[in-house]
Structures are given as C-alpha cells and as structure tokens.
Design a protein around this ligand. Structure first.
Ligand SMILES: NC(=O)c1ccc[n+]([C@@H]2O[C@H](COP(=O)([O-])OP(=O)(O)OC[C@H]3O[C@@H](n4cnc5c(N)ncnc54)[C@H](OP(=O)(O)O)[C@@H]3O)[C@@H](O)[C@H]2O)c1
Length: 270
C-alpha cells in the first residue's frame, strides 16, 4: 500500500515531540489525523502541512475524556474510512512529592497518559484488525516509566501503567505466524520541549537548570524508524538506555545516584 493511503492518528500533535513527528511523517508520505485539545495551533499545523502538499486533518480532542476519544475514531473513519497506525503521544506531567500529591492531579495524569491511550486502542482495534496490511500501535512512554524519579510518582506510575499495558496487549494480539498488529513502546529521556512548564503540580519549585535534552526532531525520527522497523522497545540515546539498564541490574546503586542528584538540584526534580 502506498504511504499516502496509510492513515495515522497522532495524539499530542500540536507541540513538542508530536508536532515534530507530524512534520516528519507528513514529509514521509503518511496521511495524518492531528489530535490535541486546543484547536488553533492544531488547525494551523494542519493548514501548514496541507499547503505543503501533505494530507492532514485536525480533530481537537481531550484524550482524558473517553467519550471524546470515541468521537475522534468515529470522525476519522467518516473522513478516511480506515486506520493503519495510532501513536499515543499526548501526555502531561505532574511534579509533587507523593505526600502532597493532589487526588485531582493524580487522576488527571492517569486519565490522559493511561486511560486515554487505552480508550483509543480499544476504539481503533476493530479497524486495525480488519486492516489487511496489519496495523501498528506506538505508545510514547518515558525512561522514568522504567525507573521512577523522586517527586514524580504520579507521572512515573502513569507511564509504567502504559508500558505494562503495551506488553500485555502485544501478546494478546500475537498470532502463530507473527503479530498482525505490532505494538511498540518508545522511551524518550529529557527532550527540549515545553513539557515541564505545562505540567501539573509544583512546577514553580523546579530548578531552572533542567538538563537541555535532545531536540524533539530526534524523537520524531525515532518514531518514523519504529513505524518502518516495527521494533518492540525503542530508546532515543545510549545514555537513556544505560540509565534503564543500570537501574535494572543495580537498583540500589541507582537509588543512591538519584538521591544525590535530586539533593544537589534543590530537592524538586527531575
Ligand atoms: N519532554 C520530555 O522531556 C519527555 C520525556 C519523556 C517522555 N515524554 C513524553 O512525550 C510525550 C510528548 O511530550 P512533549 O514533551 O512533546 O510535551 P508538550 O510539548 O507539552 O506537548 C504535549 C502535547 O500533548 C497535547 N495534550 C496535552 N494534554 C492533552 C489531552 N488531555 N488531550 C489531547 N492532547 C493533549 C498538547 O496539546 P494541548 O495542550 O492543546 O492539548 C501538546 O500537543 C508525552 O507523552 C510525554 O510524557 C516527554
């Protein structure tokens, strides 16, 4: 099938990693359903891509609202008649020690980062299954879903939930002659976007000297490669991979490293 006919639902498409991914995928020839809450930046992006000769529509949706997620899938089918790939990229952070983590913030981060992707997967599975070419589900997690940082328990738990769900789903969709629907998880480390100022919780207390991080375009290229290679687990940098690997083989050492790193950065993190 020609790429132009491959329909991708991309959530969190208006800023940061999602915006960079929209540009990279459009230039690679995919047709895009762009999703985020705020209509104006989303529609501007759809317009820019369309004027450049690409195929993109904006469908404003709050991924934290399962009824809106169902509406997103209905609208996509009404416009394109099929779905080939979904990329669960929309996400929010929450920075707070667990002792003072508010119930509303804790529920909101789970709603957007975990229940939204679950709702999108459930609503699109019948279309991905019916797809003769096979479908693909890509979930954007974080290295701190693999190994939590202090003062980010709510966010890390939401990403860990996303990762465990992806593992379970991969086996549920497995067939004897290889999986028909491929499930990939991507684990970015610190990325240079406005993710932190947009986060819930005590972001004002975060130190201003946060690591610079990789450009979002680098994550976008990794997402394109994941579509092409259907790789199971994807890290962006070797430092990210090392962080997760050391955490798995020497968890107590990582406890010490994170304790001193956090203390030296004034307590609030990451
Ligand atoms: N930046 C990092 O350092 C980093 C590291 C690891 C993992 N990640 C993960 O990468 C993903 C993208 O992060 P980013 O850094 O690109 O963040 P970002 O720059 O803050 O962009 C987030 C995008 O998600 C959308 N969004 C937020 N809440 C939404 C909701 N309820 N429904 C629909 N869309 C929503 C935002 O648009 P609206 O506000 O208009 O809805 C925006 O388009 C997230 O899942 C994040 O957890 C980021």
């Amino acid at each position: 099938m020609e790429l132009k006919n491959q329909i991708v639902i991309l959530t969190g498409a208006s800023h940061g990693i999602g915006r960079a991914t929209a540009v990279v995928l459009a230039e690679a020839g995919y047709s895009l359903v762009l999703v985020a809450r705020n209509q104006i930046p989303l529609q501007k992006l759809a317009q820019t891509l369309t004027q450049a000769g690409h195929r993109a529509v904006a469908i404003p949706t709050d991924m934290g609202d399962v009824a809106q997620v169902a509406g997103l899938v209905d609208k996509t089918i009404a416009i394109f008649g099929r779905i080939d790939i979904i990329i669960n990229n929309a996400g929010i952070g929450v920075y707070s020690p667990l002792a003072t983590l508010g119930q509303t913030d804790a529920e909101r981060v789970m709603a957007v980062n975990y229940f939204g992707p679950v709702a999108l997967i459930q609503a699109t599975l019948p279309f991905l299954t019916a797809n003769q070419q096979g479908g693909q589900i890509i979930n954007i997690s974080s290295i701190i879903g693999q190994r939590a940082m202090p003062n980010a328990a709510g966010y890390c738990a939401s990403k860990a939930a996303l990762e465990r769900m992806s593992e379970s789903l991969r086996l549920e969709l497995w067939t004897n002659n290889g999986s028909h629907i491929h499930v990939s998880t991507i684990y970015p480390g610190v990325t240079a976007t406005d993710f932190v100022p947009r986060s819930l919780g005590n972001t004002a207390e975060l130190p201003s000297n946060r690591m610079a991080g990789v450009p979002p375009e680098r994550v976008a290229q990794a997402i394109l490669r994941t579509i092409q290679t259907k790789k199971r687990d994807v890290f962006i940098t070797s430092i990210d991979w090392l962080f997760v690997t050391v955490s798995a083989v020497a968890p107590r050492l990582m406890d010490w490293l994170l304790f001193y790193y956090t203390r030296n950065r004034g307590g609030m993190k990451p």
